[in-house]
Design a protein around this ligand. Sequence first.
Ligand code: ADP
Length: 372
Amino acid sequence: MPQVNLFGHNRAAEDCSYLENAINEIEDYAIILMDVYGDIVNWNRGAEKIKGYTADEIIGENFRRFYTVEDRQLKKPEELLKKAAETGRAQDEGWRMKKDGSLFWASVTISAIHDENKSLAGFSKVTRDLTERKANDAAKELYTEQLKAKNKELEQFVYIASHDLQEPLRSVTSLTEILEAEYGSLFDEKGVVMLGYITAATNRMKELIKGLLDYSRLGQNRQLAAIDCSKLLEEVQRDLEFSLTEHKAVITSTHLPALQGYKTELRLLFQNLLGNAIKFVKPGAAPAVHISCEERVDDFLFAVKDNGIGIAPEYREKIFVIFQRLNNRNAYAGNGIGLAHCNKIVQLHGGKIWVESEPGQGSTFYFTIHKF
Ligand code: ADP
C-alpha cells in the first residue's frame, strides 16, 4: 500500500504525531486518510463512532464499502475521487452505510493530498453525520406541505361556500323587492319596518359574502413588481380624498421606500389601515395619521400610527381574524374584514402584522414586508 505523509513534509516528526493525535481524538467528524485508490490508511475516533468500525477492522479496506449498492453501481465513489484528484476537492451529501448495515446521512468533503513533486499522494476525507438534521428538514418539509394543502382546501371551501350562498340570497333579495313593489301598500307600519329590516339584513349578508369571496381570492393573480411606496400612498390618499376631507384628517409620512411586492394587494393594505385610522377616531377629534418605514436587513418595517380610540390589550390579536369587530356597528360602520385582508396580504409578502395600542391613546399598526 503506498504510504502517505499526511501532515506535510516540512514538519518535525513530533509535530506530525501531535497533529495526528489531535485528529484521532476528534469525535464529531470522521476524518479518514486514503491512498490514491481509496484504500483507508488512517482512521480517527470520530470515524469509529460514526461508522462503527475500529481502526484494526477497516485500515486497508476500500472506502467504497461505505456507499450504498446503488451508489456503488453508479460509480459514485470513483467519481468523487476523480473530481477531488482533478479539482483538489469533492463535496457530497448522501446516504452512507455503517458497519451494521444501517444508513446515515453524510456530509462529505474529499480533498486531494500531493507529495513534494505535486503528484497525487492520497486523499483526506471528512465526514459529518447529519441524519438528525436531515430528519428535521424532512419533517419540516412534510409539515409545510400539509399546511399548504390544508390552506388550499380551506380557501376552496370558503370560495365554494360563499359562492353558493349567493344564489339563495339573490332569491330572497328579489322576492323582498317584489313583495315591497307589489304588496308594499298593504303592509301596516310595523310590516313596513320589518320589510326594511329584511332588506337591511340581506344587504349586510351580501356584503359579508362579498368580503369572504374577496378574502379567498386575495392574491390569486398577484404579480411581483417594483413599487414606490411613497407614490402608492399618494394614490391611496387620492382614493380616500372624500373621507379625508370629510373628517379633516391629516396624513403625514416619512420617505417611504421602493420595494418588490404585489401592488394591488399592498394598495389594499394601506387603504384598509388608513381607512381604519380615519374611521376609529374619538368623537369630535380630527384624525392624525403618520406613516413611517425602517429598512432592516431582511425586511421593511412599516408603522401606521393614529390618534384614534385605541384597542384594549385583550383584543390585539382577535381583530386580525375575519368578522371580528369590537365596536357597535351604529357607532363605527364595518364588517370586520379589513384587518383579516391586511393579515393575508402581509403573509403573502412573507411578513407579520401586529398592533400596539393604549385605549384612548391611539394605535400603531406595524407590518413587515420581506425583501424578495
Ligand atoms: P372593520 O373596520 O370593518 O370593523 P377591520 O377588520 O378593519 O374591520 O377591523 C376590526 C376591528 O378592529 C374594528 O372593528 C375595530 O374594532 C378594530 N380596529 C381596527 N383598526 C383600528 C384602529 N385604527 N383604531 C381602533 N380600533 C381599530
